[in-house]
Design a protein around this ligand. Structure first.
Ligand code: ADP
Ligand code: ASP
Ligand code: MG
Length: 407
């Protein structure tokens, strides 16, 4: 007998027919003699709808009340799945985040799970009951409902698997595994049988939304065995594993894109020590997450330009901060562009191979795609380009690194 956490995403939970399909999958797992806890997302599109209501009610809605509203999508699907399981003759019950409880920090809208109380869930599973838990939600020390940030049900599932010491955490979604890139934009993307935690973490953090970044971080830290597979077919999925479990490592695991960033250029910044800190200090204080940074060296004018990217949702705030500090810094002007995309290639093979970045630069140049900024890490190279070339760039790089599936 194994203890398994099964997580079902929004598309898998969209409507009663699909929820019945999910219940049948859960039943099959129970009939194999396993103890099962299920984590569910809201129906596809529901969280967007709820976020829209909050914005309409007040553009800067109270974050505590925002969480009360947006957490409700998962309450509905958790209850519906418990009903569907019961009608298949299984013992099942839902526990909301505050009932289990799932303790989180008080950072409303992006709370972190601190601890999950598993007493009730373990007792229920020992008695042959299926435990159903809504993803994405928890409760803070003040007893208020919190949510974990978009895509957070993956993290709820991994955290529950860690707390229950589950043998596996199966993430059921609308694709049948982790691919070399988003299969919706590159039809020749290839499914990976295995991917390392490290590569999955980098890919998630640069835009591959198949798993939420925090869920991979947590799985790596807590050594949770995560598998990504389809809710709609029975083909084998992708296992996230340690590096030593992969015999033949490919140079590049995948290509990802992110259209959620905006570029800011501060022009004519006096070239003196401390000036960069004077720009990024106030941005950090305003909780703006700066990503790529490029600074030119001033040769003759004693002035330089500083270019960086911020999340698109934080562009207005960033421009506001820069306007406020203009007098202290003495820059000439600020330009911004939100029609940009960040394209990244990720692979642990980069550690031992030179020339990975050059392949990327050449492939983009051959298509006339201009690179506006570059960042690298040990296992990743990212470039910033005009948003209109996103799909073309991803396809071209996928081919350039030899990732295309055979035609
Ligand atoms: P869920 O609602 O099940 O959580 P998501 O929409 O969050 O599903 O994540 C699944 C989606 O991730 C897929 O439909 C696919 O378009 C996208 N995706 C992006 N990059 C990848 C990748 N490398 N492999 C698989 N899917 C990817
Ligand atoms: N329903 C939430 C969202 O759409 C959480 C999730 O599905 O993972 O972001
Ligand atoms: Mg998701």
């Amino acid at each position: 007998m194994a203890r398994i956490v099964m997580k079902f995403g929004g598309t898998s939970m969209a409507g009663i027919e699909r929820i019945r399909g999910v219940a049948a999958r859960v039943k099959a797992e129970v009939e194999r003699g396993n103890e099962v806890a299920v984590v569910v997302s809201a129906m596809a599109g529901e969280t967007d709808r709820l976020v829209g209501f909050c914005r309409e009610a007040a553009p800067l809605a109270d974050p505590c009340e925002y969480d009360v509203v947006v957490a409700s999508g998962e309450q509905v699907t958790a209850g519906l799945l418990a009903i569907a399981l019961q009608s298949l003759g299984l013992k099942a019950r839902s526990w909301l985040g505050w009932q289990l409880p799932v303790h989180t920090s008080a950072a409303h809208g992006s709370a972190r799970i601190e601890d999950i109380d598993t007493v009730a869930a373990l007792a229920a599973m020992a008695g042959g009951m299926v435990v159903v838990m809504p993803g994405f939600q928890g409760v803070d020390a003040a007893g208020r409902i919190t949510t974990l940030g978009r895509g957070g049900s993956d993290t709820s599932a991994v955290a529950l698997a860690a707390a229950l010491k589950a043998d596996r955490c199966d993430i059921y979604t609308d694709v049948d595994g982790v691919y070399t890139t988003d299969p919706r934009i590159v039809p020749r993307a290839r499914k990976l049988d295995r991917i390392t935690y490290e590569e999955m973490l980098e890919l998630a953090s640069v835009g591959a939304k198949v798993l939420q970044t925090r869920s991979v971080e947590l799985a790596m830290k807590e050594k949770v065995r995560v598998q990504v597979l389809s809710s709609f077919s029975d083909v084998p999925g992708t296992m996230v594993v340690d590096e030593d479990e992969i015999v033949e490592q490919e140079l590049i695991a995948g290509v990802a894109y992110n259209r959620n960033e905006a570029k800011v250029t501060v022009i004519g910044v006096p070239d003196r020590p401390g000036v960069v800190a004077a720009i990024f200090g106030p941005l950090a204080e305003a909780n703006v997450n700066v990503d790529m940074i490029v600074q030119n060296i001033a040769h003759t004018t004693r002035k330089t330009d500083v270019t960086f990217t911020v999340p698109r949702t934080e562009l207005v705030l960033s421009l506001d901060v820069l306007a406020r500090i203009r007098g202290d810094i003495g820059y000439e002007e600020v330009l911004s562009d939100d029609a940009v995309a960040k394209i990244s290639v990720v692979g642990v093979g980069m550690r031992s191979h030179a020339g990975v970045a050059v392949t990327m630069f050449k492939a983009l140049a051959d298509r006339g795609i201009n690179i506006q900024a570059i960042t690298t890490s040990e296992i990743k190279v990212s470039v910033l380009i005009a948003e209109e070339y996103t799909e073309l760039a991803v396809r071209v790089l996928h081919t350039a690194y030899g990732l295309d599936a055979a035609a």
